[in-house]
Structures are given as C-alpha cells and as structure tokens.
Design a protein around this ligand. Structure first.
Ligand SMILES: [Zn+2]
Ligand SMILES: [Zn+2]
Ligand SMILES: [Zn+2]
Ligand SMILES: [Zn+2]
Ligand SMILES: [Zn+2]
Length: 179
C-alpha cells in the first residue's frame, strides 16, 4: 500500500486517479458504495469519482481480518443472494450493496473498507482500538447497546479509560463530522 502513484479504475476508465492525502471530508466510495474518510484516490480531471485505497485494482483476492481470525474472506462483485437477501457488514452493521469480502464458511460479509480498517483511530482527540466483543455495551454516542436494527457489530474502545465504547458506525459519523 506504499505506492501512491497514479492508478486506473475499470469503473472510470477515461481518466487516471491520483492519491489525495488531504483529510478533508467524507465521501462515498464509487466502487464499494460505502462511506470513506480521509486519504483517497480521486479522478485527476476533477470528476466526482473517489475510491478507497483498498478499492483500487489490483484488489487483494482474499484478505485476512485479524478480528475474524478463522474466516477466509473472498472478494466478490456482489454479496451472495444479492437482491434476495438483505446483507449486512459484520463489522459495522450497515448494508452491503456492492462489492464485498465474503466468508463462505460462516456467511460473514465485510465492506472492503471495513476489511481493510485500521485497528486504531483517533476520535475527538482520544485514541480508540477496534474490538470484537460479544457483550452488549452502551455506546457513548447513541446510548444504544446493540448496533443498527439490533445487529451485532464491532466496537471502538477508548484507550484512555479502557471503557468508553463507540459503535463502528457511530465512530464513522463522528469522524465525518470532524473531517
Ligand atoms: Zn471502497
Ligand atoms: Zn474523471
Ligand atoms: Zn468465516
Ligand atoms: Zn462495514
Ligand atoms: Zn452508537
């Protein structure tokens, strides 16, 4: 991931993409359709085409996700049963509409952006670490114990007090607000 030279993308073949390291604002990834934050690839000619670093070819065919150690995630253009089943990302609990890493063994889905998520993040000046915990904690932002629509999600846990927890989707909201 160190080479940030110009790239090509099959969904936007007419122009090259260049790396934008400025951390201004959130965006919707034109590839996986999921929200992104901070550095990204964007069209060099100024079209509104922005994609995650991990959504630029050649994408890894399979990824190892440390928090789901036993899974084997394969890259798919659409989640299995797309249009029939309503699928959710097992990390952030929000919809999976486009490209996905899928584990056929246990039927887990991950947004490409979530599969490639950093395991720590500074949110509101506090360092948080990503955890997969079965228990139901209260999120310091939305005060809910479960994720969206009752789904289980990963949590960001404060390194400062080791206790304050944020849903991944709430952390993304906060990061977008601060972006
Ligand atoms: Zn993406
Ligand atoms: Zn363009
Ligand atoms: Zn699995
Ligand atoms: Zn996700
Ligand atoms: Zn929350």
């Amino acid at each position: 991931m160190a080479n940030h030279g110009d790239k090509e993308h099959e969904r936007h073949p007419q122009h090259k993409l260049s790396w934008d390291a400025s951390r201004n604002g959130g965006y919707t990834c034109a590839d996986c359709k999921f929200v992104g934050l901070g550095p990204r690839y964007r069209c060099k000619k100024g079209c509104n085409f922005q994609v995650h670093e991990c959504c630029v070819p050649p994408r890894p065919d399979s990824v190892a996700v440390p928090l789901f150690r036993d899974c084997r995630f394969k890259f798919l253009d659409l989640p299995p049963g797309a249009g029939v089943d309503h699928r959710f990302c097992d990390a952030c609990g929000t919809d999976v509409a486009g490209r996905v890493y899928h584990c056929f063994h246990c039927d887990r889905d991950m947004h490409p952006s979530c599969a490639c998520m950093k395991d720590d993040e500074v949110i509101g000046g506090v360092k948080y670490r990503l955890r997969d915990e079965g228990k139901k904690w209260e999120c310091v932002m939305c005060k809910m114990r479960l994720g969206l629509e009752g789904k289980r999600t990963w949590w960001y846990v404060s390194e400062e007090d080791g206790e304050s927890r944020l849903h991944v989707h709430c952390a993304i909201k906060l990061l977008l607000r601060d972006a």
